[in-house]
Design a protein around this ligand. Structure first.
Ligand code: IMP
Length: 179
């Protein structure tokens, strides 16, 4: 399928599932090397990261823990969001190696906010893994950004976890909006 309709909008194919899987496998291989003899805590940022988390974790062969966090919407405001809920995280991240997993880094504000909260718990290290990154949209420097699946143009995308008005998360491939 080269185009899809989600709600009132048309989208065209940007990244096929096969390519997502190939890239994810490479990131996983790199992490297995980088975190050898450690036991990192993977934290997926909900909702968008759920498919990427699942596929990435299948490539991880070292011991690890897995949890999720959810932040409230911040969009359209300059104010910070709040970490609303956490699921399955250890009681503390102190002295742990944390890997935050995001679906997409756009302006970077969400991530910046989450990173502040994580650093408060004094982890041993924090790195970010994002499937998608829009270099032209970023508005804040994220030093922890270590693993990037794909750099994409500054256009709205949907599929593979990412939504448009709550819809489209279940699409296997990633699509970009047709203007
Ligand atoms: P940021 O705080 O601007 O970096 O935005 C991060 C969040 O905004 C992501 O976790 C997504 O939930 C959402 N987002 C940003 N760009 C897109 C997009 O192109 N499609 C779908 N969601 C997006």
């Amino acid at each position: 399928m080269n185009t899809v309709e989600v709600a009132d909008k048309k989208f065209e194919l940007l990244i096929e599932n096969d390519n997502i899987n190939k890239r994810t496998r490479l990131i996983g291989i790199q992490m297995n090397v980088d975190y050898e003899n450690r036991c990192p805590v993977f934290i997926g940022v909900l909702n968008g990261s759920f498919l990427f988390m699942a596929d990435l974790l299948k490539e991880i062969e070292i011991p690890c823990e897995v949890g999720f966090i959810r932040v409230s919407s911040y969009k359209g405001t300059a104010s910070t969001g709040t970490v609303r809920e956490t699921f399955g995280l250890p009681d503390t991240l102190k002295d742990r190696d944390v890997i935050l997993v995001e679906d997409i880094v756009d302006t970077g504000f969400t991530l910046k906010y989450i990173l502040e909260k994580v650093h408060l718990q004094q982890p041993a290290s924090v790195r970010v893994c994002t499937l998608l990154y829009k270099p032209d949209a970023i508005q804040t420097q994220i030093d922890e950004l270590e693993y990037v699946g794909f750099e994409i143009p500054n256009e709205f995308v949907v599929g593979y976890g990412l939504d448009y008005n709550g819809l489209g998360r279940n699409l296997k491939d990633i699509y970009k909006a047709i203007p």
